[in-house]
Design a protein. Structure first.
Ligand code: C2E
Ligand code: MG
Ligand code: MG
Length: 557
């Protein structure tokens, strides 16, 4: 026996004598289990201790999913050279039928062969100490740890080791919101926790990972070839997909850096992975996208937009356009939606599709929203002051505003400031991910008297489930829903029924993105008499809107 081994055996003896371990056993990852302490927990004939725990229900149900990940990762490490797993797992476990579950700490030690594969393991299981139990309680609601020092430091360590090929993987759960809706947000939380715990197990010491935000996770890992990396992603996916029999899918975005050790880690890597992830969303055939340089343009724009936005608001470069809303049967204009345009001094007109998502991410949307609201209020005030019969204007209220600020207060303050009757201002809110707390806000808006429109209905995030409890007054049918579903007989039936069902439950309906007379006729036939879209008019500057409105009114006076 060489020196190292002797030391190890001595240490092992000390640990066994120590007595705080419930179980210590050695397993060859095939068929022999040897218990090292004085306690015997495995009956004769057990060849696989992990299956034994699982099959007998000795792992508390809350920990079964993560324990299974641990177990399969362990088996994987016996087949793959250099494969590693994290060695520590906290779990609630019992050792015989009649015992209670106890919170334990399981520690695994490897014995590797000369091909760097795991050949044997020694497992130590002991109850958590009081201190550990306390900590567990405190951290049981795990946190978003994006940007934590540990994460950033771990990434730089990879570079310091001289490793050049590094992949930044970002992934999220498709339509995570539906899981919350269907199973309750507790199950949603548990799923996120399961993913986080599983990543702790699957990812080795050189694979820092974190929960990036909401349901978005990030893994940074060295890679040899793209094929191997794809295998890694597939493995992650299959491990993370087994939770309580729920069906869900992931979207992965990957950014590859091939000269990592010589470049500074930057936010850009994560941004690129994120762009790739968003690109693959909605693709029915693939769910992994690699960042390539064509996507760089988007990034470029982002930094330009961020450089320019403050100046833009000070220089009044954001302009309110109005798009009229029509009554289909009479052709009369019944209102307008306020939509932002950015008239940039050198780049010309920038579309909201380019800057709204950036502002939503960096929080600037809050400033912009308030700015455009004020334009809309002022417009209504001008009409009233000039003796023109005012039409209601709807404004968009972003999620970020609702989340961070008191939108109810801000909008009611504007009503007072401009002395506008509340019927003349309508609010459009997109029903999308994380609707937590939204009900209460909508309730407050309604108490103030605002008309509430559910924007982009049918665009993918909304669901019938929402209609059950909604307090919205009006459904705004999304352009993509209209155009896609209009194409088939079946789709047309779905639109018709959506319209009649909404009316049955007392919701008004307006369709947006109406581009053809055929669409307008169809909608009217199906019972929807309001429309907004290019078929009638594009969004136009505020003065042009007045002209359109006067022309339109002439026909009705
Ligand atoms: P939205 O609120 O759903 O607005 C409707 C969008 O559909 C507008 O795009 C409008 O120009 C476009 N549209 C209307 N009719 C048609 C049509 O017949 N065909 C086609 N292809 N498109 C049509 P826009 O102005 O580019 O705005 C895009 C989105 O950006 C808006 O969607 C809204 O979510 C957001 N947005 C625009 N301005 C603001 C704002 O001031 N604040 C906030 N929070 N969001 C805004
Ligand atoms: Mg809108
Ligand atoms: Mg819309």
């Amino acid at each position: 026996m060489d020196n190292k081994n002797e030391m190890f055996c001595n240490m092992l003896e000390t640990v066994i004598d120590n007595g705080c371990y419930h179980s210590i056993f050695m397993w060859d990852c095939k068929e022999t289990v040897q218990e090292l302490g004085s306690r015997r927990i495995f009956p004769e004939g057990v060849t696989d201790p992990f299956s034994y725990f699982l099959d007998n229900g000795y792992i508390h149900p809350d920990f079964q999913a993560v324990f299974s990940v641990f177990y399969s990762q362990l088996l994987y490490s016996t087949k793959e050279e250099g494969a590693d797993i994290n060695k520590l797992l906290n779990l609630d476990i019992k050792f015989s039928e009649n015992e209670e579950f106890i919170s334990c700490n399981m520690f695994v030690c490897y014995i590797k062969n000369d091909r760097n594969r795991v050949e044997k393991i020694i497992v130590f299981i002991r109850p958590l100490t009081d201190n550990e139990r306390f900590e567990k309680k405190v951290v049981s609601r795990f946190n978003v740890d994006n940007g934590s020092e540990i994460f950033t430091e771990a990434i730089s360590e990879i570079g310091e080791l001289g490793i050049n090929r590094v992949a930044f993987i970002q992934f999220d759960i498709d339509r995570f919101k539906h899981i919350n809706e269907l199973y309750g947000s507790d199950v949603g939380d548990e799923l996120l926790k399961f993913i986080s715990d599983s990543l702790d197990i699957i990812c080795g010491p050189l694979q820092p990972h974190c929960r990036f935000s909401a349901d978005i996770f990030m893994i940074v890992t060295p890679y040899e070839t793209v094929e191997r990396l794809n295998e890694f992603i597939r493995r992650i996916e299959s491990h993370l997909s087994n939770f309580k029999g729920i069906d869900y899918y992931f979207s992965f975005g990957v950014y590859l850096e091939t000269e990592f050790s010589s470049c500074k880690p930057s936010r850009r890597f994560g941004d690129c992975a994120s762009i790739a992830r968003k690109r693959i969303k909605g693709n029915a055939l693939r769910n992994v996208e690699y960042f390539h340089n064509d996507m760089e343009r988007v990034l470029f724009k982002r930094s330009e937009i961020e450089d320019d936005m403050y100046k833009a608001i000070a220089n009044n470069e954001f302009v309110m356009y109005l798009q009229p809303k029509y009554c289909i049967s009479t052709g009369r204009i019944i209102g307008a939606e306020a939509l932002t345009r950015w008239i940039h001094p050198t780049k010309g007109m920038i579309s909201p599709a380019d800057f709204i998502p950036v502002f939503e991410q960096n929080g600037f949307i809050v400033k912009l929203d308030h700015y455009i609201w004020e334009c809309a209020f002022r417009k209504v005030r001008d009409w009233i002051d000039n003796g023109i019969k005012p039409l209601p204007i709807s404004v968009n209220v972003s999620r970020a505003y609702l989340r961070e600020f008191d939108a109810v207060n801000a909008l009611s303050t504007l009503l007072i400031k401009y002395e506008i009757p509340v019927e003349l201002i309508e609010l459009e809110i997109t029903e999308s991910i994380d609707s937590e707390g939204l009900d209460e806000i909508i309730h407050k808006f309604k108490e103030c008297g605002f008309t509430m429109l559910m924007d982009d209905f049918g665009s993918g995030y909304s669901s019938l489930n929402m209609l059950k409890k909604t307090q919205f007054d009006v459904l705004k049918i999304d352009r993509s829903f209209l155009s896609e579903f209009m194409e088939s007989d079946r789709g047309r039936k779905i639109i018709s029924h959506t319209i009649s069902m909404s009316q049955d439950i007392g919701l008004d309906i307006i369709a947006e993105g109406v581009e053809t007379g055929e669409q307008a006729n169809f909608l009217y036939g199906a019972g929807c008499d309001r429309a907004q879209g290019f078929y009638y008019s594009r969004p136009v500057p505020s003065d042009d809107f007045d002209k359109i409105m006067f022309d339109n009114l002439k026909n009705y006076s």
